[in-house]
Ligand binder design. Structure first.
Ligand SMILES: [Zn+2]
Length: 158
């Protein structure tokens, strides 16, 4: 297949495509978010006889396929790790409050520091920018074209 065709195909078949429409009402079979008026929201009351599907976040979690990855490294990061992790948690909680499909999927130590995977590329970027704003250092972004994964690199040595 030509590259162009392949990209179009991928878009059609992208199971994580965020503009995807679901029948209403649909409930996520995992996290119990409700799809209503075109968005996934948290609700105390479940609708009657809903369709059951996975929301985009739970689908990514199940497939272990993040939308964004943030990489933290440097000596300064190692020294101030707990502060930076708190900042990440607060920023992620805020994002999730606005859109419950934006979540951190995992945090894993790497040789150089820490990898944080998110369900959403914008969230990885937002976390990186929050750290950069408050802690300085350097911030780099790379957009993958094949897998559309957004990679965000933050580093501070001293
Ligand atoms: Zn879900």
């Amino acid at each position: 297949m030509k590259r162009q065709d392949r990209l179009i195909q991928e878009k059609i078949h992208d199971p994580y495509y965020e503009g995807k429409k679901y029948a209403e009402p649909t409930v996520c079979g995992d996290c119990r978010l409700v799809y209503e008026n075109g968005r996934w929201i948290e609700k105390d009351q479940m609708p009657e006889n809903p369709n059951i599907q996975l929301c985009p976040a739970c689908r990514r979690i199940k497939d272990r396929c993040p939308g964004g990855c943030l990489y933290l490294s440097g000596k300064y990061f190692k020294m101030c790790r707990q502060n930076i992790l708190n900042l990440i948690k607060n920023t992620a909680d805020q994002a999730r409050g606005k859109d419950p499909t934006k979540r951190i999927m995992w945090q894993t130590s790497t040789e150089t520091g820490l990898e944080i995977a998110t369900t959403d590329g914008h969230l990885a970027r937002r976390l990186g920018e929050a750290i950069y704003r408050s802690q300085k250092g350097t911030l780099d972004l790379k957009y993958g074209d094949e897998d559309r994964l957004v990679r965000v690199y933050w580093c501070r040595e001293k």
